[in-house]
Design a protein around this ligand. Structure first.
Ligand code: ADP
Length: 542
């Protein structure tokens, strides 16, 4: 027997309609590429998204066509999130830090019909226009007054002209909630990037789960500034979640340095932000050097790579900003776990709370996880037994776009490629990417732990721990360190820092100081590049 409830598919258009109807006056503030601050409301955003939906139809964009964007976090990008997906087309957010050849590859693979871009990325468009197989329409996300006369792109369309010429009379179509809504490509550190094709249903379920109190606790009382780019896994789903709960939104545009972010946090009274550790390093360096305080920010989400305990400590104890350490991946929409407390942690010791926060956290509702040994047997939740981390859930992919790479699942579970353990309370901790694990004398050494310790040293800006070949132990850890500007630190001091913090045999064998550690398109350390660089490195006793 079926239930007797309304059959209403979960559609992305319902989010902006809800935000307009119930939070119509709530502001969306954006730092624009044009240089100024733009403000309007959810009501305005919804109106312009409807105009853009009409404009897309006029451009010939049909149901299920892909539309690319190469843009910062801003209100026009937000309009496209709803205009494109809401009208039944597929939003393809492209990471501008990729090489133009890679952009051509993924634009062709996704079969983008049009590409919308911020003016900062005109050089990319110049490099790819004429090379993309399906993308023949290029739209500059600005007004005619700001369009450079010598842009050199034949037939270039101007975003504001499209809006001005379009009616706001538009009914969002109703279709199956399984309909594709957007596509993101994994960064593809090995091989070609692969597409993860989200549905309206997976997006809505993910939106509910990340807004919950034990996830990000997002509400209409929040002012949310997503630093995580809208071109990286839909800014972790935050633009959707803000609509669901009616948070005021603040978009930083291209201003991602510590000073620009801090100014916006203060002028807009931001309460919650989200980004990768490398971004927060810049912000912390700025507030520390200028002796500033946060007057409104009370929490920030840090994920994408492991958040060093030293950073958690700096935010919480130095500035009263609670850190929400989170883990996820493109294939998971992306949020998988968030480290939030249970009641007894609040009553317990500070040390116990610190230990909880150093972990990547508990699953958000809708994610199931387990760790398994090499034979695929589930390992106990004892906080020690490490193995491959597998996940499943309705917002987790079951195959890549066009079935690239074949069936990725193992008996219905998605192997994350991360190595982790889970404790008795269900808090998961990533110890490594499986390809980064250091295998010494038949045992594993977790590189993240060693990096976290190094990054707790006051002279260290960034640290990566990589495996180097060793004749006796097979592999041993080499610590690659980027010092803070002007800081003094030598090999012996760095190695002495590990005393008492890890088992002796975990201590890195050597330290290599570098000018800068290479970062990938999403701000993560490129360890494969370092492994390449130090492939023939001879350790002191090797
Ligand atoms: P990519 O495209 O680089 O795979 P993702 O954002 O999908 O980008 O990366 C997911 C991976 O990032 C995870 O599998 C994990 O290895 C790493 N990661 C994300 N968050 C964390 C975290 N809090 N701690 C440690 N690793 C993390």
């Amino acid at each position: 027997m079926n239930g007797l409830m309304m059959q209403m598919p979960l559609l992305i258009s319902s989010l902006i309609r809800h935000a307009d109807r119930h939070h119509g006056d709530t502001e969306i503030v954006s730092r624009r590429v044009e240089g100024d601050i733009h403000r309007y409301t959810y009501r305005d955003c919804h109106r312009r998204a409807r105009q853009m939906a009409n404009a897309l139809a006029r451009l010939g964009i049909r149901d299920s066509d892909a539309v690319g964007t190469i843009a910062w976090n801003g209100y026009r990008h937000m309009e496209l999130y709803f205009a494109v997906s809401g009208s039944g087309a597929v939003l393809h957010t492209v990471n501008p830090r990729l090489h133009p050849d890679q952009i051509v590859y993924i634009a062709d693979h996704a079969e983008d019909k049009a590409i919308f871009f911020d003016l900062s990325f005109l050089p990319i468009i110049k490099a790819i226009a004429g090379r993309t197989r399906t993308a023949k329409i290029f739209v500059a996300m600005t007004d005619a007054a700001h369009l450079p006369a010598d842009h050199g792109i034949p037939g270039l369309v101007c975003y504001e002209d499209l809006i001005a010429g379009a009616s706001d009379a538009y009914e969002w179509p109703v279709f199956s909630e399984e309909h594709a809504s957007s596509i993101c490509y994994t960064s593809g550190t090995t091989g070609n990037p692969k597409g993860v094709l989200y549905s309206h249903r997976s997006t809505l379920l993910h939106t509910y789960s990340i807004a919950l109190p034990d996830s990000l606790n997002l509400s209409a009382r929040d002012v949310l500034l997503p630093v995580v780019p809208m071109f990286h896994v839909n800014a972790w789903g935050l633009p959707y979640a803000a609509c669901m709960v009616g948070s005021k939104l603040v978009y930083p545009g291209p201003g991602l340095d510590g000073k620009s972010l801090y100014e916006l946090f203060e002028s807009e009274q931001v309460t919650l932000s989200a980004g990768v550790p490398t971004v927060w390093q810049g912000l912390l360096a700025h507030v520390e050097s200028q002796k500033l305080r946060f007057s409104s920010m009370n929490r920030t989400v840090i994920g994408g790579s492991a958040c060093p305990p030293a950073m958690i400590h700096a935010f919480q104890d130095g500035y009263g900003v609670q850190v929400l350490h989170a883990w996820g991946m493109t294939e998971m929409s992306p949020v998988g776990t968030v480290a939030t407390f249970k009641a007894r942690h609040l009553a317990g010791s500070a040390a116990a709370r610190n230990a909880v926060q150093a972990r990547q956290g508990r699953v958000v509702f809708g994610v199931d996880m387990k760790v398994v040994d090499p034979e695929g047997r589930e390992l106990p939740w004892d906080g020690k037994s490490s193995g491959d981390l597998l996940v499943r859930g309705p917002a987790i992919l079951h195959s890549y776009f066009k079935n690239e790479g074949g069936d990725p699942l193992e008996e219905g579970w998605f192997p994350t490629g991360d190595v982790a353990n889970i404790d008795a309370d269900g808090y998961m901790q990533i110890t490594d990417r499986s390809k980064d694990v250091i295998k010494s004398g038949g045992e594993w050494i977790g590189s993240i732990d060693l990096e976290n310790i190094a990054m707790g040293h006051p002279a260290v800006a960034m640290a990566a721990c990589i495996a180097v070949k060793h004749p006796k132990w097979d592999e041993r850890p080499l610590l690659v360190v980027q010092k803070k500007p002007g800081a003094e630190l030598d090999r012996e001091q760095m190695l002495a820092w590990y005393e008492g913090k890890v088992a002796n045999w975990w201590t890195p064998d050597d330290v290599a100081f570098v000018e800068s550690i290479p970062l990938g398109a999403t701000g993560k350390m490129l360890k494969n590049r370092l492994r390449e660089q130090f492939r023939d490195y001879r350790l002191p006793d090797a």
